[in-house]
Design a protein around this ligand. Structure first.
Ligand SMILES: NC(=O)c1ccc[n+]([C@@H]2O[C@H](COP(=O)([O-])OP(=O)(O)OC[C@H]3O[C@@H](n4cnc5c(N)ncnc54)[C@H](OP(=O)(O)O)[C@@H]3O)[C@@H](O)[C@H]2O)c1
Length: 244
């Protein structure tokens, strides 16, 4: 049976790579590629580009309700939305080096993109998933691990990714009753060559700066084999569990 998949944040480096990889792996499937703006089109015929403001809850709920009305259910959902530096919903953010760098506006901006956007999509999709088997994977980060935090710094990014992990952990309890066959994944992609990581690539060991295509392929391989038992999975690019 042909499946329908959804990529949220398909305009970003990892989002685009995941869209292209899925389109190639499943040429008979249909893929909705959601971005705030589409700078480039997709070559694959089975990709439909959707322009949508993911931080707008009403717009997201309306679009997903329209899909449901058309009888669409999603098999794979990958939400790549995230910000580390630059514009976050109209506020300029950069990772805090020390506690005095914390600002209320910037913290809220980090949470708006890194936690609230994926949470809105979780809410919008809970009743629009393939009942046989579905997956929702959100791009998180190892720095969102509370137990693995040895270096400190990056308050807003770390806290907002930890909060994203908690959203998935909390949703997993509810999905075990309401959507038993949905796999929930919080994915650490490694350090990936993108605009997001660009200012911080200097200290990356040789061979550890991954291409978006590599990390997309690793994520899709994990999705192929993951099961809802032990939801949610917090795993890295090598499919190794990350401590919460
Ligand atoms: N690159 C890395 O080394 C690395 C490491 C760990 C975790 N991650 C995570 O991986 C994810 C993808 O990052 P990337 O490297 O592909 O970076 P990127 O190219 O900068 O992509 C950023 C993504 O975030 C979305 N986004 C940014 N601001 C948004 C906003 N205000 N509202 C809604 N969506 C917004 C973009 O959506 P549009 O398509 O709509 O523009 C895009 O999909 C992020 O969640 C990031 O935290 C990346």
């Amino acid at each position: 049976m042909a499946h329908t998949h959804l990529i949220v944040g398909a305009g970003g480096a990892i989002g685009r790579a995941v869209t292209e990889a899925l389109a190639t792996r499943e040429p008979k499937s249909r893929i909705f590629a959601v971005a705030r703006q589409h700078q480039q089109s997709f070559e694959a015929d089975n990709v439909t580009a959707i322009t949508l403001e993911s931080a707008n809850e009403e717009a997201v709920l309306q679009w997903t309700a329209e899909q449901k009305t058309c009888g669409i259910v999603f098999s794979t959902v990958i939400c790549t939305a995230g910000v580390l530096h630059g514009d976050a919903c109209g506020t300029a953010v950069s990772p805090e080096k020390k506690i005095e760098d914390i600002s209320a506006d910037k913290l809220l901006a980090y949470f708006s993109v890194n936690t609230v956007v994926p949470a809105i999509w979780l809410k919008a999709l809970v009743n629009v998933l393939d009942k046989e088997r579905s997956t929702i994977a959100c791009l998180s980060a190892r720095v969102g691990s509370i137990s693995d935090n040895r270096l400190g710094g990056w308050y807003g990014y770390r806290a907002s990714k930890a909060a994203l992990n908690m959203m998935l952990k909390t949703a997993a309890a509810e999905f075990s009753r309401r959507s038993k066959n949905t796999v929930l994944i919080s994915y650490h992609p490694g350090t990936v060559d993108s605009a997001l990581s660009e200012p911080f690539q200097g200290n990356v060991p040789e061979g550890k700066l991954f291409t978006p295509a590599f990390t997309a392929s690793q994520l899709l391989d994990f999705i192929d084999k993951a099961t809802p038992e032990n939801n949610p999975h917090f795993i890295d690019w090598a499919h190794k569990p990350v401590p919460w």
